[in-house]
Write a protein that binds this ligand. Structure first.
Ligand code: HGY
Ligand code: MN
Ligand code: MN
Length: 433
């Protein structure tokens, strides 16, 4: 078995061009013409799964949609179809008005790695030349855009699906259960998507950094050390709707002003804490008329940190701040947690093989690759419950992401494909228990 990638640079460059072209093709599969939006269990989800399956089969993999709507390609080794697998992949769903590389580029790079590593016999049949199967998984709902709770597809694959999620509803009041049925999935069989530790060698994900560190360092690739612990809340502030003209300030209990002070408190408390970053991404006033003092306001809180304890301490501090703000204004508030993901460490062996993979390229910074803590969440967080996980970061200029200007260069994608393939070969060279 070879332990170095023997693929000429022009083929790697061609693979990168194919990835960039397919990112553009997938960007055209959207629910909102003029911007990119693709959510769980939507017609767009079904269409990109079909495209991913086509591209998986193109490199000799079998392809199937699992019981949670993830698209899964597999290439068996000569040892046969019950060999454990190394999972490569990322997600194909997006946030509203998204960029075209977040998640997407990782799925397409994984398919190119399989194309480079596979063995093809005289009959054109592809197999994995490694001591394990290669699988590519396109997760169906990393962002949580439709139902608010993230990592649904990868949680199903990790066997950590929570049946409380069935009653989650989208903006139109459609429940997750109903959306499953409409998509052609059986809620009662979601457990069949679960992978088991003995079936897996590990999970490796390539992803854009979604931050400015690699751009600042002038480097193309980085090893990920750990992935942010995250908590998300929906907060409701209750006041009293009143006439906008006839109600003096002394008589007002304006829920929107309470929520606005709370949003500023999130920034103030998190800036003071340094370790934690907090964002209010959604804020609505009800009943939402120009001439009514808002009687109710709802806003989201997204907290991230390297350590769960810091994150939880900041949430406790924010609770006291919100008590004081709402008390002063004669308002009431309550919060519902909609997402909680503990910090996940990337496995030491996976960090080592990713570092070795980067060093095998001629990318800038390869001799001493950066090791970065990911403030963005990823499917690898969910997979960490069932197998060793590792991540490879690609530079995305300016770090802008969750925005149409999100970018990555073909040269960095080529270096990333090479590094990911080399990482797989280094993992294959590791003695197996
Ligand atoms: O929100 C995140 O961190 C990820 O992009 N879903
Ligand atoms: Mn994202
Ligand atoms: Mn992502």
């Amino acid at each position: 078995m070879r332990n170095r990638l023997e693929v000429p640079p022009d083929r790697i460059a061609a693979a990168a061009r194919r990835v960039m072209g397919r990112c553009d093709e997938l960007a055209r599969v959207t629910a909102a013409p003029g911007r990119i939006e693709r959510v769980y269990l939507s017609p767009e989800h079904a269409r990109v799964n079909r495209l991913a399956a086509e591209w998986m089969r193109e490199v000799g993999m079998s392809a199937r949609q699992d019981a949670a709507g993830n698209e899964l390609g597999r290439l068996d080794p000569p040892a046969g179809s019950d060999a454990p697998a190394l999972l490569l992949g990322s997600h194909l769903d997006t946030v509203p008005d998204a960029g075209r590389y977040d998640g997407i580029v990782g799925v397409l790079m994984a398919i190119e790695v399989v194309r480079m590593l596979r063995s093809v016999d005289d009959h054109g049949v592809s197999t994995s030349p490694l001591p394990f199967a290669l699988e590519v998984i396109a997760f169906a709902d990393e962002e949580g855009t439709r139902f608010g709770t993230a990592l649904l597809g990868s949680s199903a694959a990790a066997g950590t699906w929570d049946d409380d999620w069935w009653s989650l509803t989208d903006a139109d009041g459609v429940s997750l259960r109903h959306a499953f049925l409409e998509f052609g999935l059986d809620p009662g069989r979601v457990g069949e998507a679960a992978r088991h530790p003995e079936q897996l060698i590990g999970y490796l994900e390539a992803h854009i950094e979604q931050g400015p560190e690699l751009h600042r360092r002038g480097e193309a690739l980085a090893v990920v050390s750990s992935i942010a612990s995250a908590r998300r809340f929906q907060v409701v502030v209750e006041g009293e709707a009143r006439h906008a003209g006839g109600t003096p300030y002394a008589m007002r209990h304006d829920a929107l002003l309470g929520a606005s002070e709370a949003a500023l408190a999130v920034e103030r408390v998190c800036r003071a804490e340094h370790q934690i970053i907090g964002t209010v991404g959604q804020l609505q006033a009800y009943p939402g008329a120009v001439n009514i003092v808002p009687g109710e306001a709802r806003f989201s809180v997204d907290l991230r940190g390297e350590f769960d304890g810091y994150r939880d301490h900041v949430w406790d501090t924010l609770g006291r701040e919100l008590d004081a703000i709402m008390g002063r204004r004669g308002l009431r508030w309550h919060a519902r947690e909609i997402h909680n993901a503990p910090a996940v460490l990337c496995a030491p062996l996976m960090r080592d093989v990713v570092r070795a993979g980067i060093a095998a390229t001629d990318a800038p910074g390869r001799r001493d690759p950066a090791t970065i803590f990911s403030r963005a969440g990823h499917d690898a967080m969910a997979l960490g419950a069932v197998t060793d996980v590792g991540m490879l970061f690609l530079r995305n200029p300016d770090g802008i992401s969750h925005h149409p200007d999100e970018a990555v260069s073909a040269a960095d994608v080529a270096a990333g494909i090479q590094a990911l393939a080399e990482s797989v070969l280094h993992l294959a060279a590791e003695p197996r228990p």
